[in-house]
Design a protein around this ligand. Structure first.
Ligand SMILES: [Zn+2]
Length: 264
C-alpha cells in the first residue's frame, strides 16, 4: 500500500489539534535546517539538528503522555504508527539510566571509534571538567544523574511539553483572576445604573486572544525554562486522588469545563 493511501486511511484522532502546532513547527524547523547552507559548520555539526529535533519531538509526545497524562493513547499511538516520533528511543527511555538518552546511536558501539558507547553516556561525575560533545548528535551529556538538564545546550534540548503546560497554567490563572475581578466589579456595578463597561475587553474569554500572544514554542530564556519546570513539577506531583502512578486523568483539551459566565 502506498504511503499516500495509508495516510488517507488514518485520519488523526480526536485531540490531535493539541499537539499538531508543535509537531508541525518542528517538522518545518527540521526541513529548514536540512536545507540550510552548512558553511561555517564543521561537517559533523550539520547533521545534529536531525538528531536533536527527533529527540525533541519524541520527548514532547512522550512527556505529554507518560509524564503529564495530557494526551490520549490514541494520539500517542498515532504518532508512533505514523513514525512522527522515535519508538526505539522511547523504549530506551523506559530503562533506568537511559531516561534522557539523546539517540540510540549514542549507545551503539559500532558508531564509536573505540568500540564503546559515546562519551555523552559517561556520568559527569566520572569526567574531569572536560567538554563533552557526541559527534553524531551534539549531545553534551545524557547520562542519568545531576548533569545539565538541556542535553544539547540549545533550544532543541528544551522540554516543550513542560513549557506548553506552564503557559496553559499561566493563562488559566490569568483567566480565573480576570473572572474573579469581573465578579467583584459586577457586584459593585449591580447597584449602579450603568453596567456597561468598556474595560472588560472582549476576546480574551477563551484565554487565547491575549495581546501578546506568543508564536514561539521554545522558551524565551532560561528563566522561563525554570518557571516551566517548577509548574510542571507541581502539576506532575499533584496526580489523581488515587495516586496511581502520578498520572492525571486524560481530558480532551476541548472538553475542559469552563465557567458558564461569559465575559462577552
Ligand atoms: Zn547523549
Amino acid at each position: 500500500m502506498s504511503k499516500f493511501a495509508r495516510q488517507q486511511q488514518s485520519s488523526p484522532p480526536e485531540g490531535w489539534d493539541y499537539v499538531e502546532p508543535i509537531l508541525t513547527a518542528l517538522e518545518n524547523e527540521l526541513r529548514d535546517k536540512v536545507n540550510e547552507p552548512h558553511e561555517g559548520l564543521r561537517k559533523v555539526e550539520s547533521g545534529w539538528p536531525v538528531y536533536q529535533i527527533n529527540w525533541q519531538r519524541t520527548r514532547y509526545i512522550y512527556d505529554l503522555y507518560y509524564t503529564y497524562g495530557r494526551i490520549s493513547r490514541q494520539i500517542y499511538d498515532y504518532c508512533i504508527d505514523n513514525k512522527l516520533i522515535d519508538a526505539a528511543l522511547i523504549a530506551k527511555w523506559k530503562k533506568p539510566g537511559y531516561e534522557r538518552l539523546c539517540s540510540t546511536s549514542a549507545i551503539n558501539p559500532q558508531n564509536s571509534k573505540f568500540g564503546t558507547v559515546s562519551i555523552c553516556r559517561v556520568p559527569r561525575s566520572a569526567l574531569d571538567s572536560q567538554e563533552v560533545e557526541d559527534q553524531t548528535t551534539g549531545c553534551r551529556g545524557c547520562a542519568s544523574g545531576p548533569t545539565t538538564k538541556n542535553i544539547f545546550g540549545n533550544k532543541y534540548g528544551q522540554y516543550l511539553a513542560q513549557i506548553q503546560i506552564a503557559r496553559e497554567d499561566r493563562e488559566e490563572r490569568k483567566r480565573k483572576r480576570a473572572l474573579e475581578d469581573w465578579d467583584d466589579e459586577a457586584k459593585d456595578k449591580a447597584t449602579s445604573e450603568d453596567s456597561t463597561d468598556s474595560r472588560f475587553v472582549v476576546g480574551a474569554a477563551d484565554g487565547s486572544a491575549g495581546t501578546n500572544a506568543r508564536s514561539l514554542f521554545w522558551a524565551a530564556d532560561e528563566s522561563e525554562v525554570e518557571r516551566a519546570a517548577a509548574v510542571a513539577a507541581r502539576l506532575a506531583n499533584a496526580g489523581p486522588p488515587g495516586g496511581e502512578g502520578g498520572r492525571q486523568k486524560y481530558e480532551p483539551p476541548g472538553k475542559r469545563s469552563r465557567p458558564s459566565k461569559s465575559v462577552v
